[in-house]
Each structure stands twice: as structure tokens, then as C-alpha cells.
Design a protein around this ligand. Structure first.
Ligand code: HEM
Length: 326
């Protein structure tokens, strides 16, 4: 605990020692313009609602009884990835914001256009890959009989629904957060991004809480037998870390926003900041939400996804991935 305090304190001091950097960080973590700029007809809340419903429907279909519905679920997931790619290539690139981002950026922020490019390319590749998987699945005819709760060797229907909907929403938050943070002040859709980002962020937290409660009542299946001891250890710690991110990212986002004196949006509702604003608080929590957590997350999430793909395609254990999907 003490170590944690020192690490945390050290990071805050490090930023505070560099006044220019610190003031930029305060600017950056503003994150929204408040209620005055909510767009007409609650289009921002409807967008968040549509993303959430699509994720839930996709996650449900991916594990449906009927093979046709499962193939449809995979194609929906593919379309989701392709929509993110289309958003980046057709909209974001056309705004010119990558070349002229919001001023007062910290040195690390110069990596944001590259990060968005990488994420656009990964979304495109994942979309095409899932499209092929979905088309191949359409030829299958095996019904998927799943129990509601987990079984000793595979996850049940509720765990799968919670896993895939959380994963889709969580991953979508990353490019959305990065782009939101570089949209220049005064851009008419800027606040809409924060409404969608914060609403889904709060929902990810709710989904995590639901999952933890659900896990209390149902045993998690043991790790796949086919993993070697090192892979088992890695898989275990990557899972623990991912739960940590699901908790830490929404919480640090919320606390950073509150310290900056701005509300947290949840669809059409707004929760005002719960305490007095503070520059030090904004910088410290922003350091976690905007820098430390996202960069460590990229590595962990990459290890989780690449590990699953390696196990499936290189080690040729297709049963392992079927514990959680299909
Ligand atoms: C699943 C949960 C969440 C994830 C994965 C996530 C991820 C991110 C990422 C990657 C960024 C970009 C950081 C940067 O490059 O500067 C960001 C920015 C931001 N996030 Fe989140 N976030 C989450 C939840 C929240 C919540 C719940 C809130 C507030 C209630 C929030 C508020 C913000 C704000 C205000 C920014 C922009 C800061 C700026 O303008 O520079 N986030 N988020």
C-alpha cells in the first residue's frame, strides 16, 4: 500500500515539476463543455443507446442456439469493426483534426494520430477477418446447447453475454476517447463525443459490477487443459489485469472529470461533480486515465487477443476459444 502511495505521489510530483506540461495536462483533461452544448433531439444519447443495444444484440447472437443466428452475430461483430474503420477513414481523416489537433498537447500526445491510424487498420483487418469467419459459420448446422450458468469446461450464456458486450463497448471507448481529446474547443460535435464516451464508460462499470456479482454465484471454468504452465500463468494474470482495467478506467475517468469541475453524462442525465475542483487532482487522475492506463492496456489487451489467436490457429486447439464463443 505504502509503495503504491509513493509511486502515485512520485508521478504527481514529476508532472507538477514541469509547469508547462502540467498546465497542458489540465487543459487536456477538460473533456467536455457542460450541458450548454448538448445537441438537439438528444442525438448524442441516442447514439450511445444505439451502440449499447447493437453490442448486446451482437453478443447475444454470437452465442445463440441456432447456427444461422451465430453466423449473423459474427457478421454483426464484423460490421461493428468495419464501422469503426469507416468512421476513422471516412470521417476522422476528413476532419483535418489529426493534422491540427487541439493545442496545448503534452509531448506524449503527438503519438495520438499514429495510435488512431493503427486502431483504424486493426479495426479494418478484424472486420474482414470476422466477415470470413461469419460466412464460414453460415454453412454450419450444429445447435449450441448452453446452460445459463457456467459449466466446468466452458462458459454459460450469461457469462458469454457479459464478456462480449463488455469487450465490444470497452474497446470502442479507446479510439473514441483519443479522438475526443484532440477535437479543438468550439467544434460543434465535440461535447457529443464526451456524452457518448462517458455514458458508455459508466455502463462498462455497471457491466463489470454485474459480472462480479454473477461470478459469485457461478464457478468460472478451469483454464484450458491444452495451455502449458507458462501460458496458464500468463493467461491468469492477463485476466486479472483486464478486470483491473475494467474497474480503473471508468473510475479514473469519473474522478478526473469531477476534479475538473465537469459533470458525468449518462444518456440524457448529468451527474454534477461530487467534490470541489482541483488542478492537482485533475492532473493526477488524468495521468492515470489518459496516459498510464491506456498504454499498459494496449499491451495487455494485445497479449489477451494474440494469445487466444495463437492458441486457436498456431497451437491448433480450436476447442479453447469455444469455451467462450460459438
Ligand atoms: C471503459 C471505460 C473507459 C475507457 C476504456 C476510457 C478510455 C479513454 C481513453 C483511451 C481516452 C483517451 C486518452 C488520451 O489519449 O488523452 C479517454 C479520454 C477521456 N475519458 Fe475515458 N475511458 C473510460 C471511461 C470514462 C469515464 C467513465 C469518464 C468520465 C465519467 C471518462 C472521461 C474521459 C475524458 C473527459 C477524456 C478526455 C480527456 C481529454 O479531453 O483529454 N472516461 N478515455
Amino acid at each position: 500500500m505504502n509503495n503504491l502511495k509513493w509511486t502515485y505521489g512520485g508521478l504527481v510530483v514529476l508532472l507538477a515539476m514541469e509547469p508547462a506540461l502540467a498546465s497542458e495536462a489540465i487543459n487536456l483533461s477538460a473533456g467536455n463543455d457542460g450541458s450548454a452544448t448538448r445537441i438537439e433531439n438528444d442525438l448524442d444519447s441516442w447514439t450511445a443507446f444505439a451502440i449499447v443495444v447493437t453490442s448486446l444484440v451482437t453478443a447475444w447472437c454470437m452465442n445463440a442456439v441456432s447456427p444461422k443466428a451465430r453466423s449473423f452475430g459474427t457478421i454483426l461483430a464484423s460490421l461493428g469493426c468495419l464501422a469503426v474503420a469507416a468512421w476513422f477513414f471516412l470521417f476522422v481523416l476528413g476532419t483535418g483534426i489529426l493534422e491540427n489537433p487541439k493545442p496545448n498537447q503534452t509531448p506524449l500526445d503527438s503519438a495520438k494520430p499514429t495510435l488512431l491510424w493503427l486502431q483504424g487498420i486493426v479495426a479494418l483487418a478484424a472486420g474482414l477477418f470476422l466477415l470470413l469467419v461469419g460466412i464460414r459459420q453460415s454453412g454450419e448446422d450444429k445447435a449450441l446447447e448452453l446452460k445459463t450458468e457456467n459449466e466446468p469446461e466452458r462458459y454459460g450464456r450469461i457469462s458469454r453475454l457479459l464478456h462480449w458486450s463488455t469487450a465490444m463497448l470497452f474497446i470502442a471507448m479507446i479510439p473514441m476517447g483519443i479522438f475526443a481529446s484532440i477535437i479543438p474547443e468550439g467544434t460543434d460535435y465535440r461535447n457529443a463525443y464526451y456524452v457518448v464516451h462517458k455514458t458508455i464508460g459508466v455502463l462498462v462499470f455497471v457491466l463489470l459490477a454485474t459480472r462480479l456479482i454473477w461470478n459469485l454465484g457461478t464457478r468460472r471454468p478451469a483454464l484450458a487443459e491444452s495451455l502449458n504452465p507458462v501460458e496458464r500463468k500468463l493467461a491468469h494474470w492477463v485476466h486479472v489485469a483486464l478486470y483491473g482495467f475494467l474497474f480503473a478506467l471508468p473510475v479514473t475517468g469519473f474522478v478526473m472529470t469531477s476534479f475538473h469541475g465537469y459533470p458525468t453524462f449518462f444518456f440524457i442525465w448529468e451527474l454534477p461533480p461530487l467534490w470541489a475542483s482541483s488542478d492537482t487532482g485533475t492532473i493526477a487522475w488524468g495521468l492515470f486515465h489518459k496516459y498510464l492506463l491506456p498504454y499498459v492496456l494496449y499491451i495487455t489487451l494485445g497479449a489477451h487477443i494474440l494469445g487466444a489467436l495463437k492458441h486457436h490457429y498456431i497451437d491448433k486447439h480450436p476447442q479453447a476459444i469455444k469455451r467462450i464463443v460459438g
